[in-house]
Design a protein around this ligand. Sequence first.
Ligand SMILES: [Zn+2]
Length: 274
Amino acid sequence: MCAILVSYHFMTNELSSNTDTDEKEDVIETVEQAPVSAQSGIPDASVASSNNLLDIIMEGGGSHTAYLTFDDGPTDNITPQILDILSRYGIHATFFEVGKMIEKNPEITQRVINEGHLVAGHSYSHDYDALYQSEESFVDEITRTYDIISRYYPKNTIPMKLIRFPGGGYNAGDHATEKQLYKETLKSMGYYYADWNSLNGDAEGAKKDADQLFDYFVNSISTNNIVVLMHDAATKQSTVDALPRIIEYLQANGWDFKTLAEIPYNPVQENSAQ
Ligand SMILES: [Zn+2]
């Protein structure tokens, strides 16, 4: 376990001059959030017309782009296998990682980033009752996980503030009411959130083998641009086993692969407020 407890502030703006900063430059952990990369070209979600990436994808046009996403890692048995497969096919994907899992497997998060994939947040605890207990607990887990992820990107290069709600952001099921409120909270904090419109079913109902996951995925395709939900939790070996077939199916049918940082954002940006 990391012995250093990191404190963090919600919506901290470091507007003061440097004159009153004391000499703490050599302290590794700082209290500010790392700024989002200015080179990314992604507008701050608080000034975009929507912070819902599915809306942005649908409004952005384009065709046959697949955004593969993997939730609940990193794990030391599944995530490396997925990375090996993505590397073999020359594909980049998005990993929605759980803060406490990153603390268990930091070298895997570093590998995910080093190999060109996007790492985004999926809460710190993934405990629905704790996470959605209050706006304060939600914000605490989101910012804590963002700060953890930021450490694995070279200084100031994290591409964007992005999360996926554990359980999804849809207005249904447990904690639906709270999630709808927290979408606005996220927007005010400059965060995007990403649900999915395609999935392999690796967390739906009874456990599926690789053939069943492949069939489930193919049947889930209903639009020209798909955000595909999959999982790299420790029990998801069949997800690994199905992945090459899913990729080859998409490649054979003319699909491109991108990370969620590569979505065209400009069409829905309302202004470029400074
Ligand atoms: Zn999850």
